[in-house]
Write a protein of this length. Structure first.
Lengths: 246, 195
């Protein structure tokens, strides 16, 4: 180790330097690196676990149903004519003038929520947006929080309802179960569960995710869209359903 | 332990790795230009030289475990480009363990991180510009970005950080080997470089 007598040595600084190097700066750095990794792990836990799921979601919301989930898929009863498929060449938002579904009445879907309560999505009564999402679809994972933020900011007109449909639910795919995802996004619209065959999705003419069917208060299809629709565009489509224009 | 927590952890590690790589490159250039690092930074050089190979091994192991987590637990599908990066990263665990124990970096060892960072660069670019690059498809679309953290990190982005860190650490180890091989220590600056 360091010889005390080198203190009077004109080369003392150099000797100290050498001694410091012999004390293995590598070990110190390794300890610092390991400590930094532990800190990063804590940051990751705090950043993702705080504030989320810690409180129960508001009653009668999709998130509350999802927090009490007992199932991920459920039988769906379809009554009425199925909608024509979303056209391949229709792009993100179908032009109502050429969309074969425009003016048609979608079938009524009778099914269950995550917490096994009955739920019906029926045309008429109020204008409705039916949003089909798959838990593993990256575009849905982007769209759902954006729509929820838009709802949370109070943008949803009082005379329009939004329904979610959790479809294409597959245990072997990412972000399973869908209920955990819906709960963590604190998604407020009610969510109907599709069955394993995608009965609800095919009755509504779905070809890709996410998929939107918007109907007026008479239950006639006004707009359809498929894909990651920018929130501004989504907002203007929903506002066009409302009679209380802002 | 949710997938989001684990992915956030790996993304934070990747950010730390990128900071380390940036510092290494800057100090490397400084050392090149000055003909050596300032004395006050020599402890960093020596410290990192000491832990470079075990460190590179740890990075390869961490990246491999992260990759296995993403496919095994989070169930993200792996595209051809993902498999290419895995084919470079997984063997690095063994290669770098060998390098650590043998205390030397051989020329052939560079093949894995160099090819790997090339594939990561291509994959990351493809994610950003899906229409201008080709995805050699195996049924899984390369352009689907399953992870997007801090507005810049995707899975190939994190792989890039891993390969870059391994390259930086191998570089540090190789530079240490060269200094040890020279009888004149590299920090004894040659006369002609000092004004």
């Amino acid at each position: 180790m360091n010889d005390k007598r080198t203190g009077a040595n004109p080369y003392g600084d150099i000797s100290k330097n050498v001694a410091a190097r012999q004390e293995s700066p590598g070990k110190k750095i390794a300890v610092i690196v390991v400590a930094a990794v532990v800190v990063l792990a804590l940051v990751a836990v705090l950043a993702t676990q705080c504030g989320k799921d810690s409180t129960p979601a508001a009653k009668n919301t999709g998130a509350a149903q999802a927090q009490n989930a007992t199932q991920q898929t459920a039988a769906v009863a379809v009554t009425g004519e199925p909608l024509p498929q979303y056209p391949d060449n229709a792009g993100l938002v179908a032009d109502p003038a050429t969309d074969p579904a425009t003016g048609k009445t979608p079938p009524t879907l009778k099914g269950e929520t995550f917490d096994a309560k009955p739920i019906t999505i029926a045309p008429g009564g109020k204008a409705k947006v039916v949003l089909f999402v798959a838990h593993w679809c990256p575009h849905c994972q982007v769209e759902v929080p954006e729509i929820q933020k838009w709802i949370d900011e109070g943008n949803l007109p009082a005379d329009v309802e939004i329904y979610g449909v959790a479809t294409a639910t597959t245990e072997s795919r990412p972000n399973y179960p869908a209920s955990a995802w819906i709960a963590s996004e604190r998604f407020t619209p009610q969510v109907l569960l599709d069955d394993e065959q995608g009965t609800a999705a095919s009755a509504y003419g779905l070809t890709g995710f996410p998929y939107f069917v918007m109907m007026d208060k008479d239950g006639k299809v006004v707009h359809r869209a498929s894909g990651e629709v920018p929130i501004d565009q989504f907002a203007s489509l929903v506002e066009s359903l409302s009679s209380t224009k802002k | 332990m949710t997938v989001d927590t684990v992915v956030t952890f790996f993304a934070l590690l990747a950010v730390a790795c990128l900071v380390f790589v940036a510092c290494t490159v800057v100090l490397g250039i400084v050392a090149k230009v000055r003909g050596g690092l300032p004395d006050s930074l020599l402890f960093l050089r020596d410290g990192f030289t000491e832990i470079a190979l075990p460190g590179a091994f740890a990075v390869a192991l961490g990246s491999t475990l992260g990759s296995l987590y993403l496919s095994g637990v989070a169930k993200f599908p792996a595209c051809i480009l993902c498999w290419g990066q895995r084919a470079c990263m997984y063997p690095l665990v063994g290669v770098l363990l060998y390098a650590w124990l043998a205390k030397k970096v051989s020329l052939w060892m560079w093949v894995f991180p160099v090819v790997g960072i090339g594939i990561s660069t291509y994959h990351y670019t493809l994610e950003r510009f899906p229409n201008s690059l080709v995805c050699p498809s195996n049924g899984v679309d390369c352009s689907v970005t399953l992870v997007w953290k801090f507005h810049f990190l995707s899975i190939p982005g994190m792989a890039w950080a891993g390969f870059a860190t391994i390259l930086a650490l191998m570089g540090i180890a190789a530079a240490g080997q060269r200094r040890a091989a020279n009888t004149v220590p590299a920090d004894d600056v040659p006369q002609e470089l000092t004004k």
